[in-house]
Write a protein that binds this ligand. Structure first.
Ligand code: S3P
Length: 457
């Protein structure tokens, strides 16, 4: 078994001279979590389409069901959520958040102000991630919530009790923290405000609006009144930009490549990767076609030689989940790329600075690791490598993309984690590239055995 309870699947990726086609991404992970939570707390039904049936969001779905929300799973990506008007029921089982920091931090916000006890737990990776960042402000609201050790790690013991609103100035630009406190604020007495240092993704703000709940915004400060009602509403979850990022970089960096991604979420607080790639010389056309709750549309990417750049400052929050694949773009570009102010990467599903530095080096890329980022020398000759995912979906998929540009096959160990955010990644890899060795469908143990034995090459 892998560190995160997935069976240890090995993905073998062959080099590819082609990236082309038209593709649609599975639903956005951040929005899918929120759709189920907001819909579950609302009064009345919400019909959710293109929900992401990845393991992370399925944890949130199961949690909201356990808390008394009736959620009809019409098919894997279509849900009918019957909201309970904020009246959750106690669950006597501990709630499993799997690998998902979003599930744990958002649910903690919801549960802190209930009239019952709850326990939130997760896998080994999630149990090592800092929850103090939510515990401290929730405690200021009067919550009784305890984690383990100095980082306040999971399992979280929440003794639900009445909360009072606070004005909180967050030291980090974190959408999870912001959302946790605003959700807790729904159940608090008075107003709760959150001010963030720079703009983090604004899906929560958009969903409050979509669910017809007034959320005041002034500069970087958001304010919610306790007792605010969410009203059920239908929602189409657009394709996940962070999943598309793997193909956007692959196509942008491969001269001759041509890729179209449709119905893709193009929320400007998520698409910082495009600005970085444009600076690197990328050729990308973005067309927003609709703006219902969230903007979405079509992205066209044409491949060419990229050049190095600097990534840092206020831009980091916008590209936080794309930094592993941007490190791959840097390796494929000519010249040096410097990533700085990205210390948050060290507390993601794994330490993504250390993990990406190790993986890039295995392919032959010179990398200097810094406390808050890395310096990558692009343009080195790449050789297929044996790498491990560190149990992190984005590290696994970033390595798969770099492998397309290497000489010889690459073996990526422990890729079951990909199912947390992008269960159909391998299918898309087969369809968009020259792969012959990667099997379609779910990566089962037999595929692992096949990969290990080299069968199917
Ligand atoms: C997310 C916010 C980000 C991001 C994560 C999803 C969200 O985390 O990395 O994948 O849905 O709110 P932080 O809030 O910790 O930056």
């Amino acid at each position: 078994m892998s560190s995160n309870g997935h069976s240890e699947q090995v993905l073998v990726v062959q080099p590819s001279r082609r990236i082309e086609g038209e593709v649609r991404m599975p639903g956005d992970k951040s929005i899918s979590h929120r759709a189920v939570i907001f819909g579950g707390l609302a009064d009345g039904p919400s019909h959710i389409t293109n929900f992401l049936p990845g393991e992370d969001c399925l944890c949130t779905l199961a949690a909201m069901q356990a808390l008394g929300c009736s959620i009809e799973v019409i098919d894997r990506t279509t849900l009918l959520v019957h909201g309970v008007s904020g009246k959750l029921r106690p669950t006597f089982e501990a709630i499993d958040c799997g690998n998902s920091g979003t599930a744990m931090r958002l649910l903690a916000g919801v549960l802190a102000g209930q009239s019952f006890r709850s326990v939130l737990f997760g896998d080994r990776s999630l149990s090592g991630r800092p929850m103090k960042r939510i515990i401290d402000p929730l405690a200021k609201m009067g919550a009784d919530i305890k984690g383990e050790g100095p980082k306040g790690c999971a399992p979280l013991q929440i003794n639900g009790r009445p909360l009072k609103g606070i004005d909180y100035h967050s030291p980090i630009a974190s959408a999870q923290l912001k959302t946790c406190l605003l959700l807790a604020g729904l159940f608090a007495n008075g107003a709760t405000s959150v001010t963030e240092p720079t703009q983090s993704r604004d899906h929560t703000e958009r969903l409050f609006d979509h669910f017809h709940a007034p959320l005041a915004k002034e500069g970087r400060t958001l304010r919610i009144l306790g007792g605010t009602t969410l009203h059920g509403n239908d929602l189409l979850v657009p394709g996940d930009f962070s999943s598309a990022a793997f193909w956007i970089v692959a196509a942008a960096a491969m001269p001759g490549a041509a890729l179209t991604i449709t119905q893709l979420g193009l929320n400007p607080t998520r698409t910082g990767l495009l600005s970085v790639l444009l600076r690197m010389g990328g050729q990308i056309r973005e067309t927003v076609e609709a703006n219902v709750a969230e903007p979405y549309g079509t992205l066209q990417v044409v491949g060419r030689q990229l050049k190095g750049t600097q990534i840092g400052g206020d831009e980091i929050a916008n590209v936080i989940d794309e930094l592993p694949i941007l490190a791959v773009a840097a390796a494929l570009a000519e010249g040096e790329t410097v990533i700085s102010n990205a210390e948050e990467l060290r507390v993601k599903e794994t330490d993504r600075i250390a993990a990406m530095a190790e993986c890039l080096r295995a392919f032959g890329v010179p990398v200097e690791e810094k406390p808050d980022g890395m310096i990558i020398q692009g343009g080195a000759k790449l050789t297929g490598a044996q790498v491990k995912s560190f149990g992190d979906h984005r590290v696994a998929m970033s390595c798969a993309i770099l492998a397309l540009f290497a000489q010889g096959p690459t073996r990526i160990v422990d890729t079951g984690c990909i199912a947390t955010s992008y269960p159909t990644f391998v299918k898309d890899l087969n369809e968009l590239t020259d792969q012959t060795s990667v099997r379609l469908g779910s990566m089962t143990d037999s595929v692992m055995r096949m990969a290990k034995s080299g069968e199917g090459k």
